[in-house]
Design a binder for this molecule. Structure first.
Ligand code: PMP
Ligand code: GLN
Length: 381
């Protein structure tokens, strides 16, 4: 493996899932749901296969999906030309990586907000760029953006920032004030923003998803990335999309065509159908995830963890110190053997200190699975 990719030889999610399988543990590590998406969407995929939609689709994406994404984004007050301002990708992962490869040059810097999803650092390394890490700060039980620290991290070589909200692993949904602060730093320093909005629909209570691109001065400098996996319980389909001004999308497409060329044709048809007709289903998914969040948070609290607030995503973070542990990474690797539960250490998403005491648990699982995990975790006390 070449040196620039050595830190990325394997992902914590794959390793923890392998350990969970080996130890027959309840896997609350890797975030994927254990039920299928809406029936109509599954049937639409089968129908598309039967209808012979099985060869290369257009490079930009199938027209019905480009139209459906454009329609969907209107909910945020944003308008995109499906022909030039939207690109279908192989999941958000490829969308983010292709945007980085198409827009960031070797030697440029990209800011990431820590803790950050692992693919960002890998994408930056693939581009031969370097990353500037700005830590979120824990304030009143949630993780907040420190706009002053962000501003201080910008150098003349900084080209872009990657912003993920709702945020994995913390479950933070950035507020309008936080996003306005990020936007101001971008505008003042002429930075691009690449947003990861894969959990856009999975928000609880009165949290609101506000795309960064809707803030003043951001539309022309933001590449908004999302995907179907989380909204429609189809993480294995890997259908995502990128929206932005035509020249940003063209640059992303230039890289995408040499990564995967195009993305799975029948799944594009089915996701187009889901975006058009299954948003009520997504609303019910969100309500059920909100209940699951509460169920797991209450169970973890009872088991002795100090649970941090999460306003969205699949995840909740918990402090292991009240149970007498100080190193959550060490605990995470021993937990499957000891009690038969897998979780992911938040330190795996970070390179600075400050997260050593936190475990991330996924609650996108059936209630029986969550209850079994909680009852096993009681053995820790
Ligand atoms: N971004 C975040 C924050 C994620 O948690 C994930 C993982 N599911 C992804 C991107 C990857 O999304 P996709 O499967 O659409 O590539
Ligand atoms: N996004 C999922 C998580 O954070 C995992 C996806 C993956 O395995 N790369 O758990």
């Amino acid at each position: 493996l070449v040196p620039r990719l050595r830190p990325f030889a394997s992902t914590v999610f794959a390793e923890m899932t392998a350990l969970a399988v080996r130890t027959k543990s309840v896997n609350l590590g890797q975030g994927f749901p254990d039920t299928d998406g809406p029936r109509g969407m599954l049937d639409a995929a089968k129908q598309a296969i039967d209808d012979g939609i099985n060869q290369y689709p257009p490079g930009q994406g199938r027209p019905e999906l480009l139209d459906a994404v454009a329609q969907h984004r209107i909910r945020y007050g944003t308008h995109y030309d499906p022909a030039s301002e939207i690109l279908v990708t192989t999941g958000a992962t490829e969308g983010i990586t292709a945007a980085v490869l198409g827009l960031i040059d070797a030697g440029d810097e990209v800011i990431v907000l820590e803790p950050y999803y692992d693919s960002y650092a890998a994408a930056i390394a693939l581009a031969g760029a370097s990353k500037r890490v700005v830590s979120l700060t824990q304030r009143e039980g949630r993780f907040a953006v420190d706009v002053d620290a962000l501003r201080a991290a910008v150098t003349p070589r900084t080209k872009a920032i990657i912003v993920n909200s709702p945020h994995n692993p913390t479950g933070t949904v950035f507020t309008r004030e936080e996003l306005a602060g990020i936007a101001q730093v971008c505008v003042d320093n002429d930075l691009l923003a690449i947003t990861d909005e894969v959990y856009e629909h999975l928000i609880f209570g009165d949290a609101e998803h506000i795309p960064l691109t809707t803030l003043p001065g951001m539309a022309e400098r933001t590449v908004s990335v999302s995907s179907a996996g989380k909204s429609f319980n189809c993480t294995g389909w890997k259908i995502g999309w990128v929206c932005g001004r035509a020249e940003l999308v063209a640059a992303t497409r230039a890289a995408k065509q040499f990564l995967t060329f195009v993305s799975g044709a029948p799944f594009q048809v089915a996701v187009a159908h889901a975006l058009r007709t299954e948003l009520d289903w997504v609303g019910r998914l969100r309500d059920s995830l909100s209940e699951k969040h509460d169920r797991l948070a209450a169970g973890l609290t009872k088991a002795g963890f100090d649970v941090l607030s999460s306003a969205g995503t699949y995840f909740v973070c918990a402090d292991v110190r009240p149970l007498g542990y100080s190193d959550a990474t060490e605990l995470a690797w021993r937990l499957p053997e000891r009690v038969g539960v897998a979780a992911v250490p938040v330190s795996a998403f970070a390179e600075s200190g400050g997260y050593e005491h936190l475990l991330r648990f996924a609650f996108c699982k059936s209630n029986e699975v969550l209850d079994e995990a909680i009852s096993r975790l009681h053995q820790l006390a």
